[in-house]
Design a protein around this ligand. Sequence first.
Ligand code: CA
Length: 232
Amino acid sequence: MAEKKTVLVVEDEEDILALLHFNLVKAGYRVECASCGEEGLRKLKEQLPDLMLLDLMLPGIGGLDICRKLRAEERTAKLPIIMLTARGEEADVVQGLELGADDYLTKPFSIKVLLARMQTILRRASEGEGLDPEEEIVCGDLQIHPGRNLVKVAGDLVDLTYTEFRVLLALASRPGWVFTRYQIVNSVRGEDYAVTDRAVDVQIAGLRKKLGVCGPYIETVRGVGYRFREFA
Ligand code: CA
């Protein structure tokens, strides 16, 4: 049997911490708990977990500051982080994703969804980020050929602009992952390309229209950005 993965949970609400601990142990993880940011950072120093669940609103050092700190240090730069947020913290979610958090869940969340997200992230972390340009991405009725800039919907070629293609590729290469508008722009043009949120929305609207029956695969995440639907 594979070695157990370790999850560090940083959460100041005792009930949630206990619930997470119980369910994660049940799901086969080794679980470390911390009820404030300082304790979380201390535990990280002792042992690097495979994944971190990080509440954003913490007494003392907050989740966003922890995120920033971890990404700045080589040892923790690639540690997968799922943020746990309360409703109404969309602005913090956007900031957290841009600081490098991998994903987020809004409380109250289902344990089933959390476990699925964790698996996706852990799998990705072990496979690495590389996208093979010769490997076709197939999701439902949609086929994307990264190396040849080809997109087919239900077998028919779809004519996309270069930008639309890059946006689609960025989203579809990480199904289920939320991208902020800023991250979408970066994936298309590289850093420093000034474009408005509205321009990203226009690209997405055009893309959805051209994708027809596959248009709904691109989902809006209210107040945060967009994500490509995850296919089981
Ligand atoms: Ca909290």
